[in-house]
Write a protein that binds this ligand. Sequence first.
Ligand code: ZN
Length: 244
Amino acid sequence: MSLVLGLVTGSFLNVVIYRMPRAESILSPPSHCPVCLHRLGIADLIPVLSYLWLRGRCRYCSTPISVMYPLLEIVTGLVFWLAFIQYGWSAQWVVAAVFGALLIACAGIDLQFKIIPDRLTLPGMVLGLVLAMVGFGPGIITSILGVLALGGLLLLLGVVFTGGMGGGDIKMGAMMGAFLGPGMAMVALVIASLIGAVIGLILIMLKKRDRQEGIAFGPFLAIGGIVALLYGNAAVNWYLGIWM
Ligand SMILES: [Zn+2]
């Protein structure tokens, strides 16, 4: 059930990722093919299955549909399901699902457009603070410290290494801090940096991009945030266990 909820949410996130950077309304008009503009029916909108059934093409004009759409639905489904394994049906699961959905939307938009919209990160940060204030999070003080710690650190990195961190990354970091608190936010940053460094090296070795070219950091922050939320404590204990 949590998997299905995640698949459906992922389908909605695809709409957000497509429309928000284009300044289109999320709710209207109804879903349509971006090429032939034909309105999509229920049978075209079933997560993953429609894509497989239609063999990755628009039913009406046969334009290939990006494999990113079903992949993002599957990723969202997995995150919702892993959160369910961790928390069961609980308020914590809802918070994890909302946090995961926000991060996936940021990552998807950053991958395609190299921006992370304030319209996602700023309300997301406020939501994280409010949830912490009413008891669904790390506590309001910890939450505020998280915003200052990760937002501040990314801001500092952005100032020191010009062109390193964009404003979008900084605000996304602040949002993550609100949900995670300073300790887990740092765990998230370490995980994001490690994965980012490995992927960056692989891309340079494959000569897919040269060193100067910037790499979108939002997707790595998103992975770091989700891993820190679900497995942060386990990761810290494992790491300490190596040394003790
Ligand atoms: Zn079409």
